[in-house]
Design a protein around this ligand. Structure first.
Ligand SMILES: [Zn+2]
Length: 283
């Protein structure tokens, strides 16, 4: 059973569910949740209404080994698995039961290249946009679902897609670099801003109200064979169409398919996984 922390005010209001450590090497959500628990228990801040459910480590075995996942990417198999064929399928079963019981999901992640926190905005309804705007995250990435619809062989099953399918509000925040202590602070502030937006607690800081920079995902490269990036690409680095991005070990060069930006270059991607994405600015 996953360790789950529940704070129930017993007053009518939304149920907010917060995930940390869906990927075992991404510790910012775990730290953000730990700080929240300590502060709630110490009375540093309190909940006004509703119920807060937090899972600080969604993939305990991967967390212990400081790896992304053990057998399969947990954030691609979020659904009910009648048969548990992989370690992560059992975790997914627990997580979907929790998602089914919540109104709002906040999923806290970190990434490997770059320093700018961003959030994934999909199913960009006005309700979702208003929620996202309350989080003070300067960069938004959209277009994830449309892109994956063209990549049928890749598993989609991420936490927010599942939550949307059940009529919940949900945001996934990429809080910053895995190793950067600032990522945990961004995670904590996002959690507090979510509580404030849903009127479950007083705000920790005021919303800045600055419009975000929005990038629409346009293309993704799946790693089919070994190769190396031609430079130390960072998330949101600008690229032009035809710019050499990486070289396969057989000598073939892969070029940028867009005039835009590079997204989430995965230096440690394994064969069969997403290696790098490309996007363009604007909605
Ligand atoms: Zn992640």
């Amino acid at each position: 059973m996953l360790d789950t922390l529940v704070f129930d005010t017993q007053k009518p209001g939304p149920t907010l569910l917060v995930f940390g450590g869906v990927h075992g090497n991404e510790k910012c959500g775990t730290h953000a949740i730990a700080r929240t628990v300590i502060e709630l228990r110490s009375g540093i801040f309190g909940l006004k209404r509703g119920k807060l459910i937090m899972v600080p480590i969604c993939n305990p075995e991967a967390y212990k080994r400081d790896i992304r996942y053990v057998e399969t990417n947990l954030n691609r198999v979020i659904k009910k698995h009648p048969k548990i064929l992989r370690y992560e399928h059992g975790l997914a079963n627990e997580l979907v039961t929790l998602i089914d019981s919540c109104d709002v999901l906040l999923d806290l992640h970190s990434y490997s290249s770059g320093r700018r926190p961003f959030l994934f905005l999909d199913n960009d309804t006005q309700e979702q946009k208003d929620f996202a705007a309350a989080l003070n995250i300067p960069y938004w990435v959209t277009g994830w679902n449309e892109m994956y619809e063209n990549e049928k062989d890749l598993l989609q099953g991420d936490t927010t897609t599942y939550a949307f399918s059940k009529g919940k509000m949900a945001l996934l925040i990429e809080c910053g670099l895995h190793e950067d202590p600032q990522s945990a602070i961004i995670g904590y502030k996002s959690l507090r801003a979510t509580l404030a937006y849903h009127d479950m607690a007083e705000p920790f800081e005021k919303a800045r109200g600055e419009p975000p920079t929005i990038t629409r995902m346009k293309a993704m490269l799946v790693k089919t064979r070994e190769g190396k990036f031609l430079k130390d690409w960072q998330h949101l680095d600008p690229v032009t169409k035809g710019m050499p991005i990486l070289r396969y070990d057989d000598g073939m060069i892969y070029q940028s398919p867009v005039d835009g930006v590079i997204l989430l270059p995965g230096k440690k991607a394994r064969i069969g996984e997403e290696w790098v994405y490309f996007g363009v600015e604007g909605q």
